[in-house]
Design a protein around this ligand. Structure first.
Ligand code: GAP
Length: 478
């Protein structure tokens, strides 16, 4: 986080501006582009550019390393996006996974009725039922303005709409094709493989199965950049434990997830825990805590930790008619494990990391500097290498330095524009170090090393630069 008094985070005073600034940096520096831009864009779709994909990959690698590779009680999985349609019947998603939506009769745009009441009427809708939401629309709907066309009193009565995208699967179009759904969460693929994993891998309860993958929800979105999109990536763990021990494991997971965010450098004051009220709980949960982040538009869910009981395994067992019990060899008993589920959205984590590391220093002065103060193990580029000039052999020396480093670190050779502009660019990419090859390099084989956060510079022999970076950079997990 910012260490100087001059560092300004616009968050509290001008939240909209701060999000706009982050979106603009993402576009300018190749982190995130609008989806299908050359065709005018496709609403709420985003493409991750060369630096965005590196940051995403670093986040995934960190998560996998912490929660899978470095533990003996969690194993990985990569299940299909399409599951048998009966799985969604069993999981409850066909019946219960919906949002209350209302249409504007004038412009046909659709709103999420609960969000409309919360954001525009200041009504706490967290624990309201559909009929309560409908009652408010009936009573006050004549005064509600459509956010799209501005007309008054044009909303239809809110109705529940399922959030799952469906498509057809079949070898001959129209014949015997089956309606299938794009998964709205990665979790169900894990439950469907519980029997496979527990019978083929050396795992004993308590153990977890982790998965990273795309999920899809046909949501009405609130123009909050990548916070809520229809296609997104989740990093989920289903942690199977003995019935009766779920409280202990629930607390353990809330704590572990919080500590992990800390290890990424997320500022503690921008995080808080929020327990779900009973009425607000998802249909499968007996207890849920959200880790919320103070995004530029306010507090929002980043990571949900839910106690799912044995709901899913019980449902799949009864719908598939397969025994999904776990055999406890020590006690000689069979039982269905309970499940604790830490479910994190990768794209939301990406936005949290960007917002948290985004700093504008000396904003109203000539020395204004925008810098992403990313933890070095997350930075897409670890060091920029700049020849002061392309001539007089400096470019060739810079290429040699690049050669020495590129196998161990993500480094970038940049020889265009002024040194100041090159520094500025790397600051906006969150690059922790910049290395400049200048005329003194030719005389004494030293380079200038500049640190991103302090902007301090020192000379280091070329011979020592590899070991210096190795020592200074937090381990990169690739
Ligand atoms: N398996 C449980 C589950 O999916 P969830 O709270 O609906 O729970 C988990 O989702 C996480 O996935 C959320 O905390 C959020 O980070 C992310 N997420 C959910 N819907 C999202 C969306 N439409 N766009 C981006 N991320 C989303």
């Amino acid at each position: 986080m910012g260490k100087t008094g001059q560092t300004e985070r616009k968050k509290q005073s001008e939240p909209e501006d701060s999000l706009k600034d982050i979106i603009s940096l993402c576009k300018r520096r190749g982190f995130i582009y609008q989806g299908s831009e050359i065709y005018g864009g496709l609403a709420n779709t985003f493409d991750y550019g060369p630096y965005g994909v590196e940051l995403l990959r670093n986040l995934k690698n960190e998560w996998w390393h912490t929660f899978v590779s470095s533990r003996s009680d969690i194993v990985g999985l990569d299940s299909s996006i399409f599951l048998h349609p009966k799985a969604w019947e069993a999981s409850g998603h066909l019946d219960s996974f919906h949002d209350p939506l209302s249409d504007c009769k004038h412009c046909q745009s659709r709103i999420r009725a609960d969000q409309y009441l919360k954001e525009r009427q200041d009504i706490d809708t967290e624990s309201m039922s559909l009929s309560q939401i409908q009652a408010v629309f009936q009573e006050k709907g004549d005064s509600f303005h459509c956010p799209q066309c501005g007309k008054k009193g044009t909303f239809t009565k809110p109705r529940q709409f399922n959030l799952m995208f469906s498509t057809k699967m079949g070898s001959v179009l129209g014949e015997n094709d089956m309606e299938v759904y794009l998964r709205p969460e990665t979790a169900q693929g894990i439950f469907l493989n519980f029997r496979n994993i527990s019978s083929t891998c050396r795992v004993n309860v308590p153990f977890g199965v982790a998965q990273i993958g795309k999920s899809f929800r046909n949501e009405i979105t609130a123009r909050q950049f990548i916070f809520r999109t229809r296609e997104f990536e989740q990093m989920e763990i289903e942690f199977f434990c003995k019935p009766g021990t779920q409280k202990k494991w629930f607390d353990y997971w809330v704590d572990s997830c919080t500590k992990w965010l800390d290890s990424l450098g997320v500022c503690k004051k921008n995080l808080r825990l929020r327990s779900h009220e009973k009425k607000e709980l998802s249909f499968y949960s007996e207890n849920t805590v959200d880790i919320e982040y103070n995004f530029p538009f306010g507090w929002g869910e980043l990571w949900g930790i839910a106690s799912r009981t044995d709901y899913d395994l019980r449902q799949h067992s009864s719908h598939s008619k397969k025994n999904l019990n776990y055999f406890d060899a020590e006690k000689g008993e069979n039982w269905l494990p309970y499940v604790i589920e830490p479910a994190l959205g990768l794209n939301r984590l990406f936005l949290c990391i960007l917002a948290d590391s985004y700093h504008v220093e000396n904003p109203e002065t000539k020395e204004k500097r925008t810098v992403l103060k990313l933890a070095s193990h997350l930075s897409p580029v670890k060091a920029g290498i700049f020849p002061l000039q392309k001539k007089d052999g400096l470019l060739e020396i810079a290429e040699e330095v690049h050669k020495k480093l590129y196998r161990s670190f993500a480094v970038e050779l940049d020889s265009s524009g002024s040194i100041g502009k090159r520094y500025y660019r790397q600051d906006e990419l969150g690059t922790p170090y910049c290395i400049t090859v200048d005329y003194q390099t030719k005389e004494d084989q030293t380079i200038t090393l500049r640190k991103r956060d302090s902007m301090s510079q020192k000379r280091i022999p070329i011979e020592e630069i590899h070991s210096y970076l190795l020592k200074k950079l937090q381990p990169s997990i690739c």
